[in-house]
Design a protein. Structure first.
Ligand code: NAP
Length: 313
């Protein structure tokens, strides 16, 4: 491998353009050498390929790929990349099912490459300080409120409403990626109510009751129909006060006041993700934590579905 990790980005949609390309440009471990897009064009004059097979056939020297496609098609592309010996950065969720992610992890180990199941919300500024603050507190309860306007944040993304797109759990899994990082005890699903529009296959809203292994109740409220102010908040009641992690993990406060400062300077979620990816590539290991995906799978196993009015974008 060259000194810098030669990376290609696959699937030039919203997240690739908004976050991956700028992050790759700011993290010196990486060199963007190509893009792969069925519909897009070359970026900054870099080589551009229609699909990952064409990228491989070109003979270009590639060390890694970042897969920014919808989850339903990610496994096949990831397996192809692993077969080429390329390190693989998976956007969240790492797959549409747990079994396929497990199969990818085994394939990556067998091929000796690094597989990264990325959870961008874990790299928000408030998350590590929240984890540190909660580590030696007694937690009495927690509430997760993730209410956003799907028309604003996911315009035209029909895949989100299809099986394997997770509906409101596409953003909801970000909340769970934070909860599973900051809450000290494992949590499990006790009950879930899922509202699925009559013309769609995935939930538009959900209410979930979790409990952790210490018996603490954790409530989650998700809604894709939120207009006006948006909420991406986690509130944890403890024996030493109330911790609030607002703005998707970006803003931490204790009892409404000053928060502990971050132990590390994360410089934003996606640069943080790419620094972590470089770290695991250089260390020759993988980083695949499926715990947020497992909770979503359990919600779908345990939940009661109610059909609600059709959703028309
Ligand atoms: P998007 O805007 O719909 O982009 C996905 C891209 O994947 C498409 O533009 C397309 O790119 C490619 N693609 C779509 N269907 C494909 C298929 N059948 N085969 C191969 N490629 C296909 O979606 P997105 O918002 O970027 O989300 C992509 C992933 O990033 C999701 O897992 C999502 O959860 C995650 N994510 C999104 C956000 C966000 O705010 N949007 C934030 C964090 C993470 P080409 O036309 O270039 O081939």
């Amino acid at each position: 491998m060259s000194a810098r990790i030669r990376i290609a980005v696959v699937g030039m949609g919203k997240i690739a353009k908004d976050q991956h390309l700028p992050a790759i440009a700011t993290v010196p471990d990486f060199d963007l050498v190509a893009t792969v897009s069925r519909s897009g064009e070359s970026i900054d004059g870099k080589p551009h390929f229609h699909d990952i097979e064409a990228l491989a056939a070109s003979g270009m020297e590639i060390d890694a790929v970042a897969l920014c496609t919808p989850p339903q098609v990610r496994r096949r592309i990831a397996q192809f990349a692993i077969d080429q010996g390329w390190h693989v950065f998976l956007e969240k969720p790492p797959g549409a099912t747990l079994s396929e992610v497990e199969a990818l992890r085994k394939a990556a180990d067998a091929r000796g490459i690094s597989l990264f199941a990325s959870w961008h919300s874990r790299f928000a500024d408030g998350v590590e300080p929240a984890r540190a603050w909660l580590a030696d507190r007694t937690i009495r309860s927690a509430t997760i409120t993730w209410r956003e306007d799907v028309r604003v944040w996911h315009p035209g993304q029909d895949w989100i409403w299809e099986p394997g797109g997770f509906g409101v759990f596409d953003p909801g899994i970000n909340a769970l990626s934070i909860a599973t990082r900051i809450l000290p005890n494992p949590m499990f699903v006790e009950q879930a109510d899922l509202d699925v529009p009559a013309n769609r296959a995935a939930p538009i809203a959900a209410r979930v009751g979790f409990r952790d292994t210490a018996g603490t109740a954790i409530a989650m409220d998700l809604d894709f129909r939120q207009e006006g102010p948006q909420s991406w908040d986690i509130v944890v009641e403890t024996d030493a006060g109330t911790l609030t992690l607002a703005k998707g993990g970006g803003e931490l406060s204790i009892d409404g006041g000053a928060a502990p400062t971050a132990a590390v300077d994360l410089h934003g979620e996606y640069p943080g993700l790419y620094r972590r990816f470089a770290e695991i590539v250089h260390a020759g290991v993988s980083d695949v934590d499926v715990s947020p995906l497992r909770l979503v799978a359990d919600i779908f196993l345990r939940g009661r579905t109610t059909i609600v009015e059709p959703f028309v974008e």
